[in-house]
Design a protein around this ligand. Structure first.
Ligand code: GDP
Ligand code: MG
Length: 305
């Protein structure tokens, strides 16, 4: 711990962990990026894109929130799915506050009920966040809020839009007082504790998600092989793993066009991370059934905990 931060902690300062829990696609990653004001998590219109638990850190004059972006909760279909749900479940027990995020632009569904049931066993304060308010017709607002209130009586309910930022300040102000008194856990200017390699891998995976559809995205894993300083330039070598050779064909595309588009999209994002030029080389490799192999999953950072 940084002793300077400890000494400088103002009286009444609060710090602690907030778990973001919710079904895939409700906007957890978008909210995280909105709250810390920078891109720390990848977002996608395709569900189930957040695989690793990410800490984003938000420091205000009165509190430090360490936010855990957990994989979306859903019914597991294969080993990777089970690990994802496990990680989300574990987070509920480890944190000080749970922020249960819902897509507040649609009525409460059965999948949301699965999340709320998990929260029944939670001994920490739960805040119910209704996201995507920018999509809600004002005439339907009251009815929607009412249905959520009935689903989890007693929980504090907040509406906001992670996409536009409307209401997000109110969310931060509501979360702070729910944390225990304590010093800063990270230096005040930290926004993420994700290892650089993981972030780089996620930036590549994000481009794969944006450029391909259906079966390909969920079968993809990215491994960063090398990151080297090369004068002012950063050279990065990465392997994109897929499960079938047909997927490899899709990823490479006609005359390599798809891989080129993925690479240049990722490179643009990486240049923002390094604040300088990036040279990125991508390889595509077929690893049959990588999702079913515990050893592979561990290697790629999906801890079994
Ligand atoms: P996650 O799976 O819960 O992490 O969800 P993401 O953050 O990846 O978001 C899923 C999709 O919902 C993306 O296309 C986002 O752009 C979109 N989204 C997230 N928050 C909002 C919001 O407040 N308003 C609107 N209109 N779209 C949002
Ligand atoms: Mg996500």
């Amino acid at each position: 711990m940084d002793s300077f931060a400890l000494d400088a902690t103002p009286e009444g300062f609060r710090s602690g962990f907030v778990a973001l829990i919710g079904r895939p696609n409700v906007g957890k990653s978008t909210l995280l990026n909105q709250l810390v004001g920078e891109k720390v998590a990848i977002t996608s219109p395709v569900a189930q894109t957040t695989r690793n638990r990410l800490r984003a850190i938000l420091t205000t004059p009165t509190a430090q929130l360490v936010l855990l972006d957990t994989p979306g909760i859903h019914k597991p279909h294969h080993l990777l799915g089970e690990r994802l749900v496990q990680t989300a479940r574990n987070s509920i027990g480890e944190v000080d506050v749970v922020l249960a995020l819902m897509d507040g632009s649609v009525p409460l569904g059965r999948g949301d009920q699965f999340v709320l049931d998990l929260l029944q066993q939670c001994r920490h304060p739960v805040l119910l966040g209704l996201n995507k308010q920018d999509l809600v017709d004002p005439s339907q607002q009251e009815e929607l809020i009412h249905s959520y209130q009935e689903a989890l009586p007693g929980a504090t309910l907040l509406s906001f839009s992670a996409a536009t930022g409307a209401g997000c300040q109110g969310l931060v102000e509501a979360l702070g007082p729910l944390l225990p008194l304590g010093p800063m856990l990270y230096p005040a200017d930290t926004i993420s504790d994700q290892p650089e390699k993981l972030l780089l891998a996620e930036l590549i995976r994000e481009q794969v998600l944006h450029h391909t559809r259906e079966e390909v995205p969920h079968s993809v894993a990215v491994q960063i092989e090398r990151v080297e300083e090369d004068g002012p330039r950063t050279a990065i070598l990465a392997t994109v793993m897929v499960e079938r050779s047909s997927q490899k064909g899709i990823l490479i595309g006609k005359g390599g066009a798809m891989l080129k588009a993925i690479g240049s999209g990722a490179r643009l994002q990486m240049q923002k991370v390094f604040d300088g030029p990036v040279y990125l080389e991508l390889f595509v490799k077929v690893v049959p059934h990588w999702r079913q192999k515990p050893g592979r999953l561990a290697e790629l950072g999906y801890a079994s905990e």
